[in-house]
Write a protein that binds this ligand. Sequence first.
Ligand SMILES: [Zn+2]
Length: 278
Amino acid sequence: MALTATAELLTDASRRGAGLAAFNVLHLETAEGIVAAAEAGGFPVVLQLSENAVKYHGALEPIALACIDIAHAAAAPVAVHLDHAESEELALRAVELGFGSVMFDGAALDYRDNVAATARVMRRAHAAGVAVEAELGRIGGKDGAHAPGVRTDPGEAARFAAETGIDALAVAVGSSHQMAERTAALDLDLIARLHAAVPVPLVLHGSSGVPDDLIAAAIRAGMTKINVSTQLNRHFTAAVREYLRAHPDTVDSRRYLAAGRDALRAEAQRLGGLIAGV
Ligand SMILES: [Zn+2]
């Protein structure tokens, strides 16, 4: 229970052939809703903060320390992860703060620079007992620069994992970040080939665009960590919008944020249960 190492949750899920829900924290209410969902649903969860979320808050520490504190107090196993850090400095700061894992996103670099930068982050992270996730093959959508047709090559992924010694690998298999609808088609055959070729747990980014049955099929094919942000955001914002429509004179921001948090919690519990297979 409580704050748990990401590596432990990844290993456990991967041994059981289950998924590990990794939900993005945008602000305090998201973290509270996600952890309440994990406690009620009886599954482990990864709270993840992206470099973009850190930019929104203007600093890593306040929101990161809040997440770590919420994880400590949780009645479910909760890991804290830094998602999509393109800055080595930010990744190292998260290591110092006590995160269970960091994702160093060197996908914009060429292969050799990505290996070198990932290895630098790895040395510092592993010395502190922190796991590292890396990405190979740009996952589309995030900055509009990459077509959803991008795929990770299993041979290159195996070589990258061996050369860097990473703990988890984000792969491009058809999903795309920030999809408005859940209509993505995943290449399940490629997932199975990546799973056979790569000895570390695989990470699916952009899972908000993937329908439930396909998330379950991706886990069966060998995916472990399932990253979800937009889908939870969608439920949060719809509830806030509905609350303000029904109560147009509201002044106290806690009223509509609580409605958002409740809706997010319900969807996180439903989706987290599906991912964990509980
Ligand atoms: Zn991502």
